[in-house]
Design a protein around this ligand. Structure first.
Ligand code: UD2
Ligand code: MN
Length: 350
Protein backbone atom coordinates (compact mmCIF):
# COMPACT_ATOMS: atom_id res chain seq x y z
CA UNK A 1 0.00 0.00 0.00
CA UNK A 2 2.76 2.34 1.07
CA UNK A 3 4.74 1.72 -2.10
CA UNK A 4 1.58 2.25 -4.17
CA UNK A 5 1.08 5.62 -2.51
CA UNK A 6 4.71 6.52 -3.14
CA UNK A 7 4.38 5.53 -6.80
CA UNK A 8 1.25 7.65 -7.11
CA UNK A 9 2.94 10.72 -5.58
CA UNK A 10 5.99 10.17 -7.78
CA UNK A 11 3.92 9.93 -10.99
CA UNK A 12 2.00 13.04 -10.01
CA UNK A 13 5.22 14.98 -9.44
CA UNK A 14 6.64 13.74 -12.74
CA UNK A 15 3.51 14.88 -14.58
CA UNK A 16 3.76 18.35 -13.00
CA UNK A 17 7.43 18.66 -13.98
CA UNK A 18 6.83 17.50 -17.58
CA UNK A 19 3.80 19.76 -18.11
CA UNK A 20 5.68 22.65 -16.51
CA UNK A 21 8.69 22.15 -18.78
CA UNK A 22 6.50 21.91 -21.88
CA UNK A 23 4.68 25.05 -20.87
CA UNK A 24 7.81 27.13 -20.27
CA UNK A 25 9.43 25.99 -23.51
CA UNK A 26 6.40 26.82 -25.56
CA UNK A 27 6.35 30.44 -26.73
CA UNK A 28 3.12 32.28 -26.04
CA UNK A 29 1.23 32.32 -29.35
CA UNK A 30 -2.16 33.02 -27.82
CA UNK A 31 -2.06 36.49 -29.32
CA UNK A 32 -2.05 35.09 -32.82
CA UNK A 33 -5.69 35.39 -33.66
CA UNK A 34 -5.05 36.00 -37.31
CA UNK A 35 -2.56 38.62 -38.36
CA UNK A 36 -3.82 41.79 -36.81
CA UNK A 37 -2.19 44.88 -38.15
CA UNK A 38 -4.11 47.06 -35.72
CA UNK A 39 -3.24 46.84 -32.03
CA UNK A 40 -5.63 44.96 -29.75
CA UNK A 41 -6.28 47.99 -27.66
CA UNK A 42 -5.02 51.37 -28.63
CA UNK A 43 -4.13 53.54 -25.70
CA UNK A 44 -3.08 57.11 -25.54
CA UNK A 45 -0.15 56.92 -23.19
CA UNK A 46 0.86 59.67 -20.84
CA UNK A 47 4.07 59.86 -18.84
CA UNK A 48 2.56 58.33 -15.71
CA UNK A 49 1.76 55.09 -17.55
CA UNK A 50 5.34 54.05 -18.24
CA UNK A 51 7.63 52.00 -16.06
CA UNK A 52 10.72 54.08 -15.44
CA UNK A 53 13.89 54.17 -13.45
CA UNK A 54 14.28 57.39 -11.50
CA UNK A 55 17.74 58.69 -10.69
CA UNK A 56 17.11 58.60 -6.95
CA UNK A 57 16.40 54.87 -7.16
CA UNK A 58 19.94 54.11 -8.26
CA UNK A 59 21.82 53.52 -5.05
CA UNK A 60 25.48 52.59 -4.73
CA UNK A 61 26.03 50.13 -1.84
CA UNK A 62 28.54 51.88 0.43
CA UNK A 63 30.97 49.58 2.18
CA UNK A 64 30.36 46.49 0.05
CA UNK A 65 32.64 46.81 -2.96
CA UNK A 66 36.35 47.22 -3.56
CA UNK A 67 36.62 49.11 -6.83
CA UNK A 68 39.44 51.21 -8.31
CA UNK A 69 39.15 54.93 -7.75
CA UNK A 70 38.37 57.02 -10.85
CA UNK A 71 41.19 59.53 -11.33
CA UNK A 72 40.21 62.91 -12.70
CA UNK A 73 43.61 63.47 -14.29
CA UNK A 74 43.96 60.00 -15.82
CA UNK A 75 41.66 59.31 -18.74
CA UNK A 76 40.87 55.61 -19.10
CA UNK A 77 40.66 55.74 -22.89
CA UNK A 78 42.78 58.58 -24.31
CA UNK A 79 42.64 56.88 -27.73
CA UNK A 80 38.93 57.38 -28.43
CA UNK A 81 36.21 59.99 -27.92
CA UNK A 82 34.33 59.10 -24.74
CA UNK A 83 32.05 62.12 -24.51
CA UNK A 84 29.88 63.86 -27.11
CA UNK A 85 29.82 67.67 -27.40
CA UNK A 86 26.47 67.55 -25.54
CA UNK A 87 28.12 65.52 -22.75
CA UNK A 88 26.61 62.11 -23.42
CA UNK A 89 28.98 59.22 -22.70
CA UNK A 90 30.23 57.10 -25.58
CA UNK A 91 30.54 53.57 -24.23
CA UNK A 92 33.87 51.80 -24.84
CA UNK A 93 35.53 48.88 -23.13
CA UNK A 94 37.64 50.31 -20.30
CA UNK A 95 35.39 53.29 -19.58
CA UNK A 96 32.97 51.61 -17.19
CA UNK A 97 33.04 49.30 -14.21
CA UNK A 98 30.26 46.76 -14.65
CA UNK A 99 30.37 45.84 -10.98
CA UNK A 100 29.48 49.40 -10.01
CA UNK A 101 26.71 49.56 -12.61
CA UNK A 102 25.21 46.16 -11.74
CA UNK A 103 25.19 46.94 -8.05
CA UNK A 104 23.13 50.03 -8.79
CA UNK A 105 20.71 48.55 -11.33
CA UNK A 106 20.20 44.95 -10.22
CA UNK A 107 18.32 45.73 -6.98
CA UNK A 108 15.70 47.58 -9.07
CA UNK A 109 14.56 44.36 -10.76
CA UNK A 110 14.14 46.08 -14.10
CA UNK A 111 12.91 44.47 -17.31
CA UNK A 112 14.58 45.10 -20.64
CA UNK A 113 12.59 44.60 -23.85
CA UNK A 114 14.40 43.42 -26.98
CA UNK A 115 12.41 43.88 -30.18
CA UNK A 116 13.51 41.55 -32.94
CA UNK A 117 11.83 41.27 -36.32
CA UNK A 118 12.00 37.93 -38.10
CA UNK A 119 9.84 38.06 -41.20
CA UNK A 120 9.97 35.67 -44.16
CA UNK A 121 13.25 33.79 -44.38
CA UNK A 122 14.80 35.85 -41.58
CA UNK A 123 12.99 33.50 -39.19
CA UNK A 124 15.96 31.16 -39.73
CA UNK A 125 18.26 33.67 -38.05
CA UNK A 126 16.33 33.72 -34.78
CA UNK A 127 17.89 30.69 -33.15
CA UNK A 128 21.38 32.14 -33.38
CA UNK A 129 20.56 35.62 -32.16
CA UNK A 130 18.39 34.37 -29.28
CA UNK A 131 20.83 31.68 -28.16
CA UNK A 132 23.69 34.15 -28.15
CA UNK A 133 21.57 36.78 -26.37
CA UNK A 134 20.93 34.29 -23.59
CA UNK A 135 24.70 34.11 -23.06
CA UNK A 136 25.56 37.80 -23.33
CA UNK A 137 22.60 40.19 -23.41
CA UNK A 138 21.58 41.75 -20.09
CA UNK A 139 22.54 38.67 -18.11
CA UNK A 140 21.21 38.99 -14.57
CA UNK A 141 18.26 41.13 -15.66
CA UNK A 142 14.72 40.32 -16.67
CA UNK A 143 14.48 40.28 -20.47
CA UNK A 144 11.43 40.08 -22.71
CA UNK A 145 12.16 39.20 -26.31
CA UNK A 146 9.34 40.58 -28.46
CA UNK A 147 9.56 38.66 -31.71
CA UNK A 148 7.62 40.24 -34.56
CA UNK A 149 6.99 37.60 -37.17
CA UNK A 150 4.66 36.27 -39.83
CA UNK A 151 5.43 32.65 -38.83
CA UNK A 152 4.91 32.16 -35.09
CA UNK A 153 5.03 28.39 -35.45
CA UNK A 154 8.59 28.55 -36.75
CA UNK A 155 9.98 30.45 -33.78
CA UNK A 156 12.66 28.30 -32.15
CA UNK A 157 11.82 26.80 -28.78
CA UNK A 158 14.58 27.69 -26.39
CA UNK A 159 15.05 27.03 -22.73
CA UNK A 160 15.48 30.58 -21.46
CA UNK A 161 17.19 31.78 -18.33
CA UNK A 162 15.02 32.66 -15.36
CA UNK A 163 13.11 35.93 -15.70
CA UNK A 164 13.50 35.83 -19.46
CA UNK A 165 10.70 35.16 -21.94
CA UNK A 166 9.72 35.21 -25.58
CA UNK A 167 6.58 37.01 -26.68
CA UNK A 168 5.46 36.51 -30.25
CA UNK A 169 3.73 39.38 -32.01
CA UNK A 170 2.15 39.33 -35.45
CA UNK A 171 3.76 41.11 -38.37
CA UNK A 172 2.45 40.88 -41.95
CA UNK A 173 4.44 39.33 -44.79
CA UNK A 174 5.56 42.12 -47.09
CA UNK A 175 7.21 41.43 -50.41
CA UNK A 176 9.76 44.26 -50.19
CA UNK A 177 12.48 44.07 -47.53
CA UNK A 178 12.52 47.85 -47.39
CA UNK A 179 8.87 47.77 -46.30
CA UNK A 180 9.65 45.32 -43.49
CA UNK A 181 12.56 47.40 -42.31
CA UNK A 182 10.69 50.69 -42.28
CA UNK A 183 7.42 49.43 -40.82
CA UNK A 184 9.32 48.44 -37.67
CA UNK A 185 8.78 51.90 -36.14
CA UNK A 186 5.01 51.56 -36.41
CA UNK A 187 4.99 48.05 -34.96
CA UNK A 188 7.24 48.92 -32.05
CA UNK A 189 5.03 51.93 -31.33
CA UNK A 190 1.92 49.76 -31.33
CA UNK A 191 3.52 47.09 -29.14
CA UNK A 192 4.57 49.75 -26.63
CA UNK A 193 0.99 51.06 -26.50
CA UNK A 194 -0.45 47.61 -26.30
CA UNK A 195 1.77 46.07 -23.61
CA UNK A 196 5.44 46.98 -23.42
CA UNK A 197 4.72 50.22 -21.52
CA UNK A 198 3.62 48.18 -18.53
CA UNK A 199 5.99 45.27 -19.05
CA UNK A 200 9.44 46.86 -19.40
CA UNK A 201 11.56 49.80 -18.27
CA UNK A 202 14.02 49.87 -21.16
CA UNK A 203 13.73 48.77 -24.77
CA UNK A 204 16.11 48.01 -27.64
CA UNK A 205 15.48 47.35 -31.30
CA UNK A 206 17.92 44.71 -32.51
CA UNK A 207 18.29 43.46 -36.11
CA UNK A 208 17.78 39.71 -36.43
CA UNK A 209 20.83 39.24 -38.68
CA UNK A 210 23.08 39.62 -35.65
CA UNK A 211 24.88 37.52 -33.07
CA UNK A 212 26.02 38.41 -29.56
CA UNK A 213 29.68 37.55 -28.98
CA UNK A 214 30.56 39.23 -25.70
CA UNK A 215 29.11 41.02 -22.70
CA UNK A 216 26.31 43.50 -23.57
CA UNK A 217 24.84 44.65 -20.30
CA UNK A 218 23.42 47.43 -18.17
CA UNK A 219 26.19 49.85 -19.19
CA UNK A 220 24.18 50.21 -22.42
CA UNK A 221 21.04 51.40 -20.64
CA UNK A 222 20.10 55.04 -20.92
CA UNK A 223 17.24 57.43 -21.60
CA UNK A 224 17.90 57.57 -25.36
CA UNK A 225 20.58 55.33 -26.85
CA UNK A 226 22.08 55.39 -30.34
CA UNK A 227 24.91 53.25 -31.76
CA UNK A 228 27.72 54.26 -34.07
CA UNK A 229 27.48 52.58 -37.47
CA UNK A 230 30.50 50.26 -37.94
CA UNK A 231 31.17 51.59 -41.43
CA UNK A 232 31.02 55.33 -40.75
CA UNK A 233 32.41 56.00 -37.26
CA UNK A 234 35.58 57.61 -38.65
CA UNK A 235 34.04 59.37 -41.65
CA UNK A 236 33.57 63.11 -42.02
CA UNK A 237 29.92 64.17 -41.87
CA UNK A 238 29.61 64.97 -45.57
CA UNK A 239 30.29 61.31 -46.32
CA UNK A 240 27.59 59.96 -43.98
CA UNK A 241 24.86 58.18 -45.93
CA UNK A 242 22.21 60.56 -44.67
CA UNK A 243 19.22 61.44 -46.84
CA UNK A 244 20.34 64.44 -48.89
CA UNK A 245 17.14 65.33 -50.74
CA UNK A 246 15.37 68.24 -49.01
CA UNK A 247 12.04 66.79 -50.18
CA UNK A 248 12.36 63.97 -47.63
CA UNK A 249 11.51 64.43 -43.96
CA UNK A 250 14.77 62.59 -43.23
CA UNK A 251 16.84 65.33 -44.89
CA UNK A 252 20.16 66.20 -43.29
CA UNK A 253 22.39 68.74 -45.07
CA UNK A 254 26.00 67.62 -45.53
CA UNK A 255 27.22 70.45 -43.30
CA UNK A 256 25.42 68.88 -40.34
CA UNK A 257 25.48 65.60 -38.46
CA UNK A 258 27.27 64.46 -35.31
CA UNK A 259 27.70 60.76 -35.92
CA UNK A 260 26.10 58.28 -38.28
CA UNK A 261 23.94 55.95 -36.22
CA UNK A 262 22.94 52.45 -37.27
CA UNK A 263 19.30 51.43 -37.62
CA UNK A 264 20.09 47.91 -36.39
CA UNK A 265 20.47 48.94 -32.73
CA UNK A 266 18.88 51.77 -30.79
CA UNK A 267 16.96 52.01 -27.57
CA UNK A 268 16.31 53.82 -24.34
CA UNK A 269 13.58 54.15 -21.79
CA UNK A 270 10.28 52.84 -23.12
CA UNK A 271 8.85 56.34 -22.97
CA UNK A 272 11.71 57.90 -24.97
CA UNK A 273 11.57 55.16 -27.60
CA UNK A 274 7.79 55.54 -27.77
CA UNK A 275 8.25 59.19 -28.66
CA UNK A 276 10.96 58.30 -31.19
CA UNK A 277 8.92 55.61 -32.97
CA UNK A 278 5.79 57.75 -32.98
CA UNK A 279 7.62 60.72 -34.46
CA UNK A 280 9.47 58.70 -37.10
CA UNK A 281 6.29 56.83 -38.06
CA UNK A 282 4.66 60.16 -38.91
CA UNK A 283 7.72 61.27 -40.91
CA UNK A 284 7.75 57.96 -42.81
CA UNK A 285 4.07 58.37 -43.66
CA UNK A 286 4.63 61.93 -44.84
CA UNK A 287 7.43 60.72 -47.11
CA UNK A 288 5.18 57.96 -48.41
CA UNK A 289 2.43 60.44 -49.23
CA UNK A 290 5.02 62.52 -51.07
CA UNK A 291 6.18 59.43 -52.91
CA UNK A 292 9.70 59.53 -51.54
CA UNK A 293 11.60 56.80 -49.67
CA UNK A 294 14.70 57.87 -47.75
CA UNK A 295 18.02 56.42 -48.89
CA UNK A 296 18.28 54.02 -45.95
CA UNK A 297 14.65 53.81 -44.92
CA UNK A 298 14.06 54.20 -41.19
CA UNK A 299 17.80 54.48 -40.51
CA UNK A 300 17.81 57.79 -42.40
CA UNK A 301 14.92 59.06 -40.29
CA UNK A 302 16.59 57.82 -37.13
CA UNK A 303 19.67 59.88 -38.01
CA UNK A 304 17.60 62.99 -38.55
CA UNK A 305 15.85 62.35 -35.23
CA UNK A 306 19.12 61.88 -33.31
CA UNK A 307 20.51 65.09 -34.83
CA UNK A 308 17.56 66.95 -33.36
CA UNK A 309 17.00 64.93 -30.18
CA UNK A 310 20.50 63.97 -29.13
CA UNK A 311 21.01 60.54 -27.57
CA UNK A 312 21.89 60.61 -23.86
CA UNK A 313 24.20 57.65 -24.41
CA UNK A 314 26.10 56.55 -27.51
CA UNK A 315 27.30 52.98 -28.01
CA UNK A 316 30.68 52.57 -29.69
CA UNK A 317 31.15 50.17 -32.64
CA UNK A 318 31.85 47.44 -30.06
CA UNK A 319 28.07 47.23 -29.84
CA UNK A 320 27.43 46.59 -33.55
CA UNK A 321 30.40 45.40 -35.53
CA UNK A 322 29.92 44.22 -39.11
CA UNK A 323 31.62 40.90 -39.84
CA UNK A 324 31.93 41.98 -43.46
CA UNK A 325 34.59 44.42 -42.23
CA UNK A 326 36.70 41.54 -40.90
CA UNK A 327 38.66 41.92 -37.68
CA UNK A 328 38.07 45.31 -36.00
CA UNK A 329 40.97 47.74 -35.46
CA UNK A 330 42.85 47.61 -32.16
CA UNK A 331 40.90 50.42 -30.51
CA UNK A 332 37.73 48.38 -30.85
CA UNK A 333 38.87 45.95 -28.19
CA UNK A 334 35.79 43.76 -28.05
CA UNK A 335 32.90 42.86 -30.34
CA UNK A 336 29.72 42.58 -28.32
CA UNK A 337 27.16 42.29 -31.11
CA UNK A 338 28.08 41.54 -34.71
CA UNK A 339 25.98 41.60 -37.84
CA UNK A 340 26.40 38.29 -39.61
CA UNK A 341 27.47 37.85 -43.21
CA UNK A 342 24.28 36.91 -45.00
CA UNK A 343 23.19 36.19 -48.51
CA UNK A 344 20.76 39.08 -49.10
CA UNK A 345 19.64 37.69 -52.47
CA UNK A 346 18.68 34.41 -50.89
CA UNK A 347 17.14 35.78 -47.67
CA UNK A 348 15.25 38.86 -48.77
CA UNK A 349 11.92 38.72 -50.59
CA UNK A 350 13.19 41.13 -53.29
C1 UD2 B 1 25.45 47.55 -43.81
C2 UD2 B 1 24.21 48.17 -44.35
O1 UD2 B 1 24.17 48.66 -45.45
N1 UD2 B 1 23.17 48.18 -43.53
C3 UD2 B 1 21.89 48.79 -43.87
C4 UD2 B 1 20.90 47.74 -44.31
O2 UD2 B 1 20.81 46.91 -43.21
P1 UD2 B 1 20.71 45.38 -43.25
O3 UD2 B 1 21.38 44.77 -44.42
O4 UD2 B 1 21.21 45.00 -41.93
O5 UD2 B 1 19.14 45.20 -43.36
P2 UD2 B 1 18.43 43.87 -42.98
O6 UD2 B 1 18.35 42.99 -44.15
O7 UD2 B 1 19.07 43.31 -41.77
O8 UD2 B 1 16.96 44.37 -42.62
C5 UD2 B 1 16.69 44.98 -41.38
C6 UD2 B 1 15.90 44.05 -40.46
O9 UD2 B 1 14.56 43.92 -40.95
C7 UD2 B 1 14.09 42.59 -40.69
N2 UD2 B 1 13.80 41.90 -41.95
C8 UD2 B 1 14.24 42.40 -43.15
C9 UD2 B 1 13.94 41.74 -44.33
C10 UD2 B 1 13.18 40.56 -44.31
O10 UD2 B 1 12.88 39.90 -45.31
N3 UD2 B 1 12.77 40.08 -43.10
C11 UD2 B 1 13.07 40.72 -41.93
O11 UD2 B 1 12.70 40.26 -40.86
C12 UD2 B 1 15.18 41.88 -39.92
O12 UD2 B 1 14.98 42.08 -38.54
C13 UD2 B 1 16.42 42.63 -40.35
O13 UD2 B 1 17.48 42.48 -39.43
O14 UD2 B 1 19.62 48.28 -44.57
C14 UD2 B 1 19.00 48.90 -43.47
C15 UD2 B 1 17.73 49.48 -44.06
O15 UD2 B 1 16.92 50.08 -43.21
C16 UD2 B 1 19.92 49.98 -42.84
O16 UD2 B 1 19.96 51.11 -43.61
C17 UD2 B 1 21.35 49.47 -42.65
O17 UD2 B 1 22.27 50.50 -42.32
MN1 MN C 1 20.65 43.88 -40.49
Amino acid sequence: MDSLKRLLVFSLLLAVVVIGALYTLKPDISRFKGLMVEPVCRKKLDSSMFKEVKLYQLKYPIGQLQVPQPLAMEPLRPDVLTLTPWLAPIVWEGTFNIEVINNMYQPLNITVAACIFAVGKYIRLLQQVLESAEKHFMVGYRVNYYIFTDQPDKCPQLALGSGRSIILLPFPSFNRWQEISLRRMEFIRKAIEDRIHHEAHYIFNIDSDTVFENHFGAEALGELVGSLHPWFYDFSRDRFTNERRPASRAYVPNTEGDFYYIGALYGGSVEAVYKLTKTIEVELNTDKQNDIEAAWQEESHLNRYFLQFKPTKVLSPEYVWDKLRGHPPERIRVVRLATIIKNNKELRPN
